[in-house]
Ligand binder design. Structure first.
Ligand code: OOG
Ligand code: NI
Length: 471
């Protein structure tokens, strides 16, 4: 693997790929059902691509096919601002930046979150590994004494190895890591996300925190932010959902997100329920308790929506949830969802023309073959006309982010259905960014820019064609 000369730095895309694969291997060891999930998804993806040659061709054209097998996201939860901001520096070494702000307090989960992920077109194609990262909001714990105790426990721990901290500082100072350093960094970073079956607190403290909210116990009582799930990308989530029980997995009741459609939008997700794992509490040499936090998840990704498209999605989803009191756990949820979403256009032509979704525009073979004079005229004409004449094509831009309502549903199903706390909902993006030590990217602005870049490239290619042939 080490063809990189010692004096050059390993590209951040490459470090991210190594890290993502190391995490996957570690999680497969820790949670064997995750390995089963990976096999299931690989089977389904292969079958789907065989059955849908158009999808196969599109994914080949866009370069997405190459990333499909390595594509996944993970999730972690941290307890303090210092942990969050150091994570930002750790992920930056792998080309992962904070994108989006998710307030989950509205859904009764006392955290707010961002996703660390690559943002450039090439980086996303190379390896889109994302980590959904939540910060516990101790301010939402009502009991003052318990809040102080939790803060004190968190203040005592250090979730990074000394060597990881040194390599982060070194990379920042030198502008990168050599091949050997990159491998060492990946190994050290992995330690932060490893599962520890010894709790840092005694059983009584664990129980008190667990009673305040299971999630608080999960964040506060352990040595570090263990990876709580990893999620491969499937091309047919309904098939995956149906096949999970056959392979011994306890699937959650419904798939989160939009319904099945001809043109998938945003993100659909399902998971298998968290496993009960043995935990030894501090000062308790004999007895053992248990902790339930780690699970597996599958996702299917569709086209990214514009602000207008997202507003329509949010409005329709709210409508579905208003129709039934039991939310996504209700038996008729699937049919309500499908019925309400009939109002969301379902051809790429409509989605594009109504400015509901983002596309990457490329020159077709016909466009690339235009003679000079025609290319000059084409460069100046509008996109719809170019597409209508077959000179350009519009490829859907994949949604690379998360959905707060879906994330809340995933959290809930893995915390146990009865866990429904009420919090005075208030988003606190500025406080989150202060703790993070940086602003988060506006995810929709990133898609807008990606679409615009493709339009600029298309026009400049046509202009180049016009001058080159003419000269
Ligand atoms: C994160 C849950 C959210 C997703 O895919 O929406 C999530 C967590 O449980 O820590 O991973
Ligand atoms: Ni997830």
């Amino acid at each position: 693997m080490s063809s990189t000369p010692a004096h050059t730095f390993v590209p951040s895309d490459e470090i991210r790929a190594r890290f993502s694969s190391a995490m996957s291997e570690m999680y497969r060891d820790e949670v064997p059902q995750y390995g089963t999930l990976i096999e299931l998804v690989a089977d389904i993806n292969q079958r789907t691509l065989q059955a849908e040659p158009a999808l196969l061709a599109r994914m080949q054209r866009s370069g997405e096919l190459a990333r499909l097998g390595v594509e996944r996201h993970g999730a972690i939860r941290v307890g303090t601002a210092a942990e969050l901001s150091m994570l930002r520096r750790l992920f930056a070494i792998m080309g992962m930046e904070p994108v989006g702000y998710y307030d989950l307090s509205v859904a009764g989960v006392p955290v707010h979150s961002t996703a660390f992920r690559p943002v450039g077109d090439a980086a996303l194609l190379a390896n889109p590994f994302r980590v959904f990262t939540s910060l516990l909001r101790l301010d939402l714990i009502a009991d003052e004494a318990l809040r102080a105790q939790a803060a004190a426990i968190l203040a005592r721990r250090n979730i990074f190895t000394e060597r990881a901290l040194a390599l982060i500082a070194q990379s920042e100072a030198n502008g990168g890591l050599t091949d050997a350093e990159a491998d060492e960094f990946v190994g050290e970073a992995l330690e932060t996300f490893r599962w520890h079956s010894e709790s840092t607190v005694d059983g009584t403290t664990y129980d008190a925190l667990h009673k305040a909210h299971r999630l608080i116990a999960d964040v506060v009582c352990f040595k570090g932010p263990h990876i709580n799930h990893l999620t491969p990308r499937t091309l047919d989530i309904d098939a995956a959902q149906a096949a999970m029980p056959e392979r011994g997995m306890d699937a959650k009741d419904v798939v989160e997100g939009p319904p099945r459609r001809d043109c998938p939008i945003l993100l659909r997700q399902t998971s298998f329920k968290a496993l009960k794992e043995t935990v030894r509490f501090a000062g308790d040499a004999t007895g053992a308790g248990s902790h339930t936090a780690r699970f597996g998840e599958i996702e299917q990704r569709g086209v990214a929506l514009t602000r207008k498209g997202r507003a329509l999605y949010d409005q329709l989803l709210a409508q579905v949830r208003d129709m039934g009191s039991a939310g996504s756990a209700a038996l008729d949820y699937g049919s309500r969802l499908a019925q309400v979403f009939e109002a969301f256009p379902d051809t790429h032509e409509q989605l594009r023309r109504q400015d509901l979704a983002f596309y990457r525009f490329t020159l077709s073979d016909e466009g690339a073959a235009l003679a000079a004079g025609e290319a000059a005229a084409a460069a100046a004409s509008d996109l719809d006309a170019l597409i209508a004449r077959g000179l350009a094509q519009a490829e859907p831009i994949v949604y690379e982010d998360f959905l707060p309502v879906s994330a809340a549903g995933i959290f809930q199903s893995n915390l146990g259905g009865e866990e429904q706390k009420q919090y005075a909902a208030h988003a606190a993006q500025q406080a989150f960014e202060a703790d993070l030590g940086a602003r988060v990217h506006d995810e929709i602005a990133l898609y807008e820019q990606a679409q615009q870049r493709s339009i600029d490239q298309l026009r400049s290619a046509l202009r180049g064609q016009a001058t080159k042939v003419a000269a």
